[in-house]
Design a protein around this ligand. Structure first.
Ligand code: FNR
Length: 479
């Protein structure tokens, strides 16, 4: 595989030296030590700066900084301002502490994060922001949702075993895949069907946020924007294309060619969706976004797909949706087909949805370059094993030979830490960013990403690791 030019870590997130010094003066410099606690008590500085003048200075800097920013999003008629300014965001080497200070500094002028910090609050706010059936589609899972909840509680059965007295002043969060460097071991998961319903810019808004945060994106086949439009918004941000393997091989080949042409660097075949899971919430709401043509831009724009229609999708939606239904459902797809796929593309192939070590071994035998250990966020199979429970066995079986990625249940930094300690090389962030989009559009996605990255950076440091390369099973214990 040809080496790719490396993208800069956390691109666009550098706190300029000047802004940083100004903003932190009177707060963190040795001469003017002012400590903040969660109670917001600030002590007087050793050089005699009064508490009031420190607050005024800091607030002045912050106000100036905020004035430079027109970073507001219109969501549902409400204006949501980001706690981000172009020059006051997390740095590549220090994203955790930089983000903390950015948020606490906002408090000096009374600003509270508009995009909730805690996942549970973010989910609640998203629920208020969008229609119940759309929220139900995102939050809902197979059956009564127990499998999705189990993904989250599985993380509570593993706890972190920190090591102390190590130099963690500089942390390396970066990870390399197929010649491209990611700034952190976090990617955006493919989320199909609803992003364009939540927000008019859909996946393009997500792509802009991913670019701003320097976090790669895995785009769903079921996107409301074409893969070309999303690629354009991502610019040089790394991207992979998630493939729901169509029943029509010509259409599959066409998707692959388009993905290659528009700079996607891997194809991720989702293997767990031969049929749609039995989703009680969606069934009760009779909500199926695809009937309305949502999430089908990659199909409707495809020359092979269009060849199979009598009229254009723009003129005859029912015909196009029926044609899509036939193309989408592919229950015969099996291991033997991977050989054909391998011949169609130069891109590395990963399989998403693997939960058994034997399937992971088969993936290696069939030429896959990676697997994503995932149960689709519990959306496909009610009663399925929690994704985290499957991870150690799969990492042990194939982790030395191919890339092992993980998703389902990643909500905060400690989850990323535990998944990496248990053998994942990188994790996918799913529902948190969809909720961010619902709450505040591009800004909401950006904040959701940056909070998880910052939390992970701090978790790494506090657990005594200067690099994700150090992470292994010795940093966690099962309780
Ligand atoms: C998904 N997921 C998904 N996966 C995939 O391969 N292609 C897709 O189009 C979609 N679409 C989709 C829609 C919605 C609304 C959700 C919530 C999820 C699954 C996704 O990539 C990922 O595996 C899960 O989101 C992980 O679970 P958590 O961490 O989000 O709970």
């Amino acid at each position: 595989m040809k080496a790719e030019p490396q993208t800069s870590p956390l691109k666009g997130q550098n706190l300029s030296g000047e802004a940083r010094n100004e903003a932190l003066s009177g707060e963190c410099s040795r001469d003017r030590t002012v400590r903040t606690r969660s109670s917001e008590v600030m002590t007087e500085s050793s050089v005699g700066l009064s508490r009031r003048s420190v607050l005024q200075a800091a607030a002045g800097v912050l106000a100036a900084s905020l004035a430079k920013v027109a970073d507001a999003a219109e969501v549902g008629g409400r204006s949501v301002r980001a706690s981000r300014s172009p020059d006051s965001v997390a740095t590549a080497s220090d994203p955790g502490p930089a983000r903390q200070m950015e948020i606490y500094r906002g408090g000096l002028t009374g600003a509270k994060p508009a995009v909730p910090i805690a996942f549970e609050d973010l989910e609640r706010k998203a629920q208020e922001a969008i229609k119940p059936e759309v929220f139900g589609y995102i939050q809902g899972s197979a059956g009564n949702g127990a499998s999705s909840r189990a993904n989250v509680t599985a993380f509570e059965r593993w706890q972190i075993l920190p090591r102390f007295l190590k130099d963690v002043s500089k942390r390396d969060l970066s990870v390399q895949f197929f010649g491209q460097r990611f700034s952190a071991p976090i990617m955006l998961a493919p989320i199909g069907g609803v992003l364009g319903t939540i927000h008019p810019d859909g996946e393009v808004a997500v792509a802009r946020a991913a670019r701003g945060a320097g976090i790669p994106m895995m785009l769903s086949t079921l996107s409301s924007k074409t893969m070309e439009a999303v690629a354009e918004a991502l610019q040089d941000t790394p991207r992979w294309f998630q493939l729901y393997w169509p029943s029509d091989r010509d259409l599959t080949a066409s998707f692959l060619q388009r993905a290659e042409r528009s700079g996607y660097r891997a194809v991720v075949v989702t293997v767990d969706t031969k049929f749609l899971g039995w989703r009680e919430t969606d069934l009760q709401n009779t909500y199926y976004p695809f009937f309305a043509g949502h999430g089908l831009a990659n199909y409707f724009s495809d020359p092979v797909f269009r060849r199979g229609l009598r009229s254009k999708p723009e003129d005859n939606l029912p015909e196009a949706v029926t044609h899509w239904g036939n193309a989408f459902r592919n229950p015969t797809f099996s291991w033997a087909d991977l050989k054909w796929l391998r011949q169609q593309t130069r891109l590395p192939i990963l399989l998403k949805g693997i939960l058994h070590p034997d399937d992971a071994r088969k993936a290696v035998d069939h030429g896959a370059e990676g697997v994503v250990v995932s149960n689709h966020g519990g959306r496909q199979l009610h009663g399925v094993t929690p994704s985290l429970a499957a991870l150690p066995g799969i990492a042990k079986a194939v982790g030395q030979r191919i890339h092992v990625l993980f998703d389902s249940g990643i909500r905060r930094g400690s989850d990323v830490f535990k998944a990496l300690a248990l053998g994942a090389k990188c994790v996918l962030l799913g529902r948190p960013y969809a909720y961010g989009l619902a709450v505040a559009g591009e800004v909401g996605v950006s904040e959701a990403i940056r909070n998880v990255v910052a939390d992970f950076d701090l978790t790494l440091a506090l657990a005594g690791c200067a690099s994700i390369a150090e992470l292994n099973k010795q940093y966690v214990s099962r309780v």
